[in-house]
Design a protein around this ligand. Sequence first.
Ligand SMILES: C[S@@+](CC[C@H](N)C(=O)[O-])C[C@H]1O[C@@H](n2cnc3c(N)ncnc32)[C@H](O)[C@@H]1O
Length: 257
Amino acid sequence: MDPRDTAVLLPPASDDRVTDGFFDCAEESAHYAFGVQLLLTQYASLVPWEREGVAELGSGDARAIAHVVRAVPALRVHGTDISGSSVARARETIEGVGVADRYTVEHGDFFAWADSAGGERVSTVIANPPYLPAPDGELLMPELWGGWYGNDLALRLLKAGFDHLLVALPSYSDPAGTLAVAAEQGFRVANFLAMGLEFGVYSREPKVREHISRLTAEGRGWAGEDEYVVAVALLTRSPELRRDRAVELLRALQLPV
Ligand SMILES: C[S@@+](CC[C@H](N)C(=O)[O-])C[C@H]1O[C@@H](n2cnc3c(N)ncnc32)[C@H](O)[C@@H]1O
């Protein structure tokens, strides 16, 4: 397909409230969707998604990626989500968008699925993973907890045996630490789309916000008064990649290099 055929529509803005049981942040999900569509199509020669399909960690209510699947006819996605109410919503979304033949979502832990998929595994994962840093997971939506630094799930993905990750990396969840592990695991940064976001209802929760202030003061990330930056980045082990943009990515996330 011609990558200029970008047909991802912006969803209506989220209300500033916690929606019962599933992740709801229209701006963040739209950025994830745009990033996935552009980077997959632009790097189709490096990333074998047309042949293998892709796996998704945390499909949420599927509004983000259902529209990408509709816009990109060769794309097949197998999603998982650990939240039962998200999976119920995701299945409704997928039916409504008319892509049930190419986008399935199952209920469960992504890593359990990845371990059990064995030889049939795909080599590409897409994810807007849980990335809230907090001392513990007692949060407005516990499924969004990313551990002390917020990057636990990104680090697990890097070590899960996939060769290509299209993953959202927020500036406040120790992205330099994540990229250091990525480099150790043989990944380089092919490209990324970065966008500034205001703190939403989940990162504004006092326990999360105070923790973010602590981490950023220690130099483990960046956040402004009520804003941060997220980059949807393509990390790949492909030997054919010619340029590593890790330094540019850290700069876009406002981190010193
Ligand atoms: C930030 S939300 C992203 C949702 C959706 N992809 C989007 O961008 O709109 C992260 C999602 O990951 C799910 N999740 C958390 N831990 C998971 C795990 N171990 N396996 C699968 N899904 C998980 C959460 O329930 C949540 O729906």
